[in-house]
Design a protein around this ligand. Structure first.
Ligand code: NDP
Length: 341
């Protein structure tokens, strides 16, 4: 490939996250460029196209989406739709011969995830799940320190992700509808607590126990759950104590407790302004490293994986693992007993 080559992205779904985080981040990417838009709202798509220099002929809607097969400018399709639509559009993108970057959670069920993985394999195209924290410098540093033994033996990971679900915000409206969201706070943000436990330890959990608490009289929680507290046991003996919530003020943090030191990243999964501290018996120190645009890094990771024909670091299999574990969290809470994985 020629140096400096950029692969072309089609963004599917022009919602809050696509418009505010992803699309502006192409200006900081090195191997990715925005070339097409897929939206149910043509006026919005025309405005975005005008602002970011996308050719009007590269605007599609959900009906004309499959015609991207005829558009050589599009290499990668980035699915930023409500969770329940991820599987369908991923499969259609593969049928059109494109590579796929898909938002978290990968899909609603493990079966859907397996279908997506199979479709990518059959098409000979790459599938990556947009786990941005795994491309973010502070999280990467926390992973390095944990895995290289700087904290000693890792005994416990705790992580909390919470925010107030607001029915007045359009992006939160589909999140209250089970048929579109698939689940509640666990699927939306608890997945970050789960990811932290898995990428910090580098292990796969063998058992999960869980409690769920939702106020049945609160209209937001008619269909999806509010508060989830769950524990994971890892083969090494490490435990994780994890939560997610839609009814408590914003928190996005994790802590790693080792035999020599503990580490806190708070916020851990913000878009920016991460804060990291490491504490031993003797001292506490702040760890400061340059912030990086995690969205640009994530897209460039997939572009480079495609150009160099490598598997991306967070492939469909990684998304499937989380969906399987989250389904086990629901089962453990429902049955009131630990579930083996
Ligand atoms: P929004 O509601 O803001 O955006 C979703 C977009 O999908 C809509 O704007 C709409 O775009 C399109 N859409 C198509 N069909 C529907 C439908 N039936 N109902 C609602 N929207 C529909 O949500 P978010 O941007 O917050 O979330 C989108 C996805 O991105 C989710 O999977 C979410 O988990 C993920 N996300 C990831 C984040 C991260 O940090 N990695 C952060 C936030 C979200 P249009 O009008 O153009 O058709």
């Amino acid at each position: 490939e020629a140096p400096g080559k950029r692969l072309g992205y089609a963004i599917v779904g022009l919602g809050q996250f696509a418009l505010n985080q992803i699309i502006p981040s192409f200006s900081e990417s090195k191997s990715s460029k925005l070339v097409a838009l897929v939206s149910g709202n043509r006026d919005k798509a025309l405005q975005v196209a005008d602002r970011y220099g996308v050719d009007q002929k590269n605007i599609y809607d959900y009906q004309s989406f499959d015609r991207i097969a005829d558009n050589d400018e599009i290499d990668i399709v980035y699915i930023i739709l409500p969770n329940a639509l991820h599987a369908e559009y991923t499969v259609r993108a593969f049928k059109a011969g494109k590579h796929v970057l898909c938002e978290k959670p990968m899909a609603v069920t493990a079966e859907e995830c397996e279908t997506m993985i199979r479709a990518g394999r059959e098409a000979g195209r790459k599938l990556m799940i947009a786990y941005r924290a795994q491309y973010e410098p502070y999280n990467l540093e926390a992973i390095r320190m944990s895995r290289e033994g700087e904290l000693g033996k890792i005994r416990l990971v705790t992580s909390d992700h919470g925010r107030i679900l607001d029915p007045k915000v359009p992006a939160d409206q589909w999140r209250m509808v089970k048929a579109l969201a698939g689940g509640g706070s666990l699927y939306d943000i608890g997945i970050y607590s789960l990811q932290a436990a898995r990428y910090i330890t580098g292990e796969e959990p063998v058992e999960v126990s869980a409690h769920i608490s939702s106020d049945a009289s609160d209209p937001r929680f008619k269909e999806v759950e509010d508060l989830v507290a769950f524990q994971l046991r890892f083969p090494s003996g490490t435990l994780a104590n994890l939560t997610s919530s839609y009814s408590t003020s914003s928190v996005k943090r994790f802590q790693v407790f080792g035999s020599k030191a503990s580490l806190v990243l708070d916020p851990a999964t913000e878009y920016e302004r991460h804060q990291m501290k490491v504490k031993t018996e003797k001292e506490e120190r702040r760890v400061q490293i340059p912030e990086g645009n995690q969205f640009a890094a994530e897209m460039d990771h997939l572009s480079n994986a495609v150009m160099e024909n490598r598997e991306p670091k967070t492939p469909g299999e990684e998304g499937l693992r989380d969906v399987r574990i989250m389904q086990a969290v629901y089962r453990a809470a429902q049955e009131g007993r630990p579930v083996s994985l």
